[in-house]
Design a protein around this ligand. Structure first.
Ligand code: HEC
Length: 124
């Protein structure tokens, strides 16, 4: 095998194996999506203290508040993410994300919100 084909073979192996090594699928992780789309209002830590909040008439939800978040079902949270605040009788300042995030990403996002509050839905 000459040098050039050895190099090309190397590239091919790398190209094929790298995504597997990195453990990736193409979908962005929920944490990345949260930091890109949610953190400006909800804060990087999810505590509702993002950079946008100073003049917002309704403050973003504190996603680390377990007592509130455990009152909301996964479907409530998914619906808020997908259709925005208005769809769940909350503020229009919470935008709808259904055109930006796929259904799978929204499902992952709900799981990510559960890691922020360290809580599950406590149906009463
Ligand atoms: C422009 C600011 C803004 C951005 C960006 C934003 N939110 Fe919100 N969000 C809000 C506000 C304000 C509320 C509170 C609405 C209320 O209480 O009426 C809220 C509420 C929520 C709630 C609580 C709904 C409930 O049941 O009370 C969830 C869940 C939520 N946001 C998820 C997200 C996710 C996930 C993202 C990113 C994909 C996001 N938000 C991006 C402003 C924002």
């Amino acid at each position: 095998m000459n040098k050039k084909s050895f190099f090309l073979l190397g590239c091919l192996v790398f190209w094929t194996l790298f995504p597997a090594m990195a453990g990736t699928s193409l979908a962005a992780s929920a944490k990345d999506n949260y930091r890109t789309y949610c953190a400006q209002c909800h804060g990087i830590q999810g505590n509702g203290r993002g950079v946008n909040i100073r003049d917002m008439s309704v403050q973003p939800r504190n996603h680390t508040d377990a007592s509130y978040m455990s009152q909301r079902s996964d479907e409530d949270l998914a619906k808020a993410d997908r259709e925005g605040g208005l769809a769940i009788d909350k503020s229009v300042l919470m935008p709808p994300w259904g055109d930006t995030l796929s259904p799978a990403e929204i499902k992952d996002m709900v799981q990510y919100l559960r890691t922020l509050c360290h809580c599950t839905y406590n149906a009463q």
